[in-house]
Design a protein around this ligand. Structure first.
Ligand code: UP5
Ligand code: MG
Length: 190
């Protein structure tokens, strides 16, 4: 797989904005492979890898795992997928992630879906999720919000300046959010 020739869409948005939920819909309708950086890191913890404890501690604190760890997991998942169309969900989370990913893979994303949602609504959703995630408690959620604002939003602004951001009102019900997402993925007749 020549990574530089793959088609990549990045999904960004705060914790609980609905990235994973909408990725499942996009996969079903448009044939992409979904790569959630968070899911890959959680799987790495479970696998008993030597990095597991470090990753676990960072997630518990809402901190961003070193990019070389995340990039390796993403590359491996892309290579194993057999696909050439990917949704990269929840990565890059800071400017260093972005620059390292571009330098290592030479991948330039087609566009960035940005899920816009209030912290109040995101917190409500996360606290209702009940999937046993160690970072789904009020204390860690607040830290995740802070990291998102300080480190992840600048990445969205970077892509904004390149005209690549497609902003979605993610506070609406799931089906309405997907209608807006579908419109971005569906080629328009001029
Ligand atoms: N829900 C979804 N959409 C809804 C809607 N429209 N209306 C009402 N409810 C809706 O959704 C969250 C919950 O809301 C679900 O219960 C859903 O049913 C409901 P979900 O789709 O799971 O939202 P998502 O945006 O995926 O939220 P998530 O919590 O996964 O986002 P994060 O970005 O915080 O989590 P992620 O797994 O990406 O990262 C976790 C941690 O891993 C990070 O904090 C960091 O420590 C680490 N990490 C890195 O270090 N590097 C990386 O590159 C990635 C992660
Ligand atoms: Mg998610």
């Amino acid at each position: 797989l020549a990574l530089s020739s793959v088609f990549v869409v990045i999904l960004s948005g705060g914790p609980g904005s609905g990235k994973g939920t909408q990725c499942a819909n996009i996969v079903e309708h448009f044939g992409y492979t979904h790569l959630s950086a968070g899911d890959l890191l959680r799987a790495e913890i479970k696998s008993g890898s030597e990095n597991g404890t470090m990753i676990q501690n960072m997630i518990k604190e809402g901190k961003i795992v070193p990019s070389e760890v995340t990039i390796k997991l993403l590359q491996k998942a892309m290579e194993e997928s057999g696909n050439d169309k990917f949704l990269i969900d929840g990565f890059p989370r800071n400017e260093e992630n972005r620059a390292a990913f571009e330098a290592v893979t030479k991948i330039e994303p087609e566009f960035v879906l940005f899920f816009d949602c209030s912290e109040e609504e995101m917190e409500r959703r996360i606290l209702n999720r009940n999937q046993g995630r160690e970072d789904d408690n009020v204390e860690t959620i607040r830290k995740r919000f802070k990291v998102f604002l300080e480190s992840s939003l600048p990445v969205v602004q970077y892509y904004e300046a390149k005209g690549k951001v497609r902003k979605i009102d993610a506070a609406k019900p799931v089906a309405e959010v997907f209608d807006a997402v579908k419109a971005v993925f569906t080629p328009k007749d001029e």
